[in-house]
Design a protein. Structure first.
Ligand code: UDP
Length: 325
């Protein structure tokens, strides 16, 4: 298949591109490089540095590439920033997202896989969370992703667009070549590993007074390679027009607390990891665990990697980039 990947030079995007190329697909990466890194784009993929808001340019790129499908991962994704700057999120995640859907319509591309998020659920009433549970986002990040999911329903009815939205829980880990390179870094696992490497003085734990087994937040961490596998499977399930589905992507089970992640990183690295407890971060639900049985049933997808795989691969990636630890 000929697949255009928006945001394909970002963290998750770069791993999805790797999986597509390994699966024998032709890939066009579309990225404006506001966050992504040009050097992640493999030689076998084409690259177009484009802003999705420039609809005519995107139409030209999709037509020139003869795209069969789009994986749309270009978006802003930080909860705190979205609360502080909602307009930035509406413009990039909704306005540019709709411009992409219009460009796809003009270029006659009828298949889409959308990166969505557990943030569409807000403060969930039960765990694990299922796809039919209420979607009540508590921040503009989740709200803007949900807005695009809703638009897909109307595009399916009006234009026959087929789509699958993948609601990620906590993506983490790395491949041998691609991993997290955010600036500034805000995610727990890379920060914990920076503290292990000595490039960060200490890990700040955002609250230890949650109603959880050790007082810190529980999250469902999923290896980025398992996520990428789900994207490839989702593409294969879009052969008929008018499909519109959403799937959770997590490992389920009990999840891991912030303190358990730090303990796992101490085991993997053999290093001391200094910590300090600070007040809760605004907008953090106590527990987020995915119920992923729907995608297992429909697409045969299963997460295969453990927390140890996640932390070990992220540590190796960081060590290779920094020179030997
Ligand atoms: N967290 C933390 N300290 C940090 C960064 C994150 O305690 O420096 C916690 C955060 O409160 C959440 C979990 O780690 O419970 C995962 O946060 P992250 O930002 O990695 O992902 P999110 O859950 O926001 O998508």
């Amino acid at each position: 298949m000929r697949v255009a990947v928006t945001g394909g030079a970002g963290y998750i995007g770069s791993v999805v591109v790797e999986a597509l190329i390994n699966g024998g697909h032709d890939v066009l990466v579309i990225d404006n490089l506001c966050k992504g890194h040009r050097d992640t784009v493999p030689k076998l993929a084409r690259f177009a540095q484009l802003d999705l808001i420039e609809q005519a340019d995107v139409v030209r790129a999709l037509r020139g590439f003869k795209a069969d499908a789009v994986i749309h991962m270009a978006a802003f994704s930080l909860v705190g920033e979205s609360v502080a700057s909602p307009g930035k999120y509406y413009v990039n995640n909704v306005t540019a997202g709709i411009a992409l859907l219009e460009a796809m319509r003009e270029a006659n591309v009828g298949r889409l896989v959308l990166s969505s998020t557990a943030a569409v659920y807000g403060e969930p009433a039960k765990q694990p969370i299922d796809e039919d549970d209420p979607t009540r986002p508590t921040n503009p990040y989740g709200e803007t992703k949900l807005a695009l999911e809703h638009a897909l329903r109307w595009y399916a009815g009006a234009h026959g667009l087929s789509s699958i939205s993948l609601r990620y829980f906590n993506a983490a880990g790395a491949t041998a070549t691609n991993g997290e390179r955010h600036d500034p870094e805000t995610h727990l696992i890379p920060l914990v590993l920076q503290a292990a490497a000595g490039t960060l003085e200490r890990v700040t734990i955002f609250g230890d007074d949650y109603p959880t087994r050790d007082g810190t937040c529980v999250r469902d961490y999923i290896h980025v390679e398992d996520l990428a596998d789900a994207h490839v499977r989702a593409l294969g399930a879009l052969s008929e027009p008018g499909i519109c589905r959403a799937y959770n992507l997590g490992c389920g089970g009990e999840g891991y607390t912030v303190k358990e992640i730090i303990a796992a990183a101490r085991d993997v690295t053999g290093r001391d990891i200094p910590t300090a407890v600070v007040p809760r971060r605004a907008g953090d639900p106590a527990v987020l665990i995915a119920g992923s049985s729907r995608i297992s049933r429909d697409l045969g997808w299963q997460s295969r990697k453990s927390l140890d795989d996640i932390v070990t691969s992220a540590w190796q990636f960081m060590s290779v980039r920094a020179g030997a630890p």
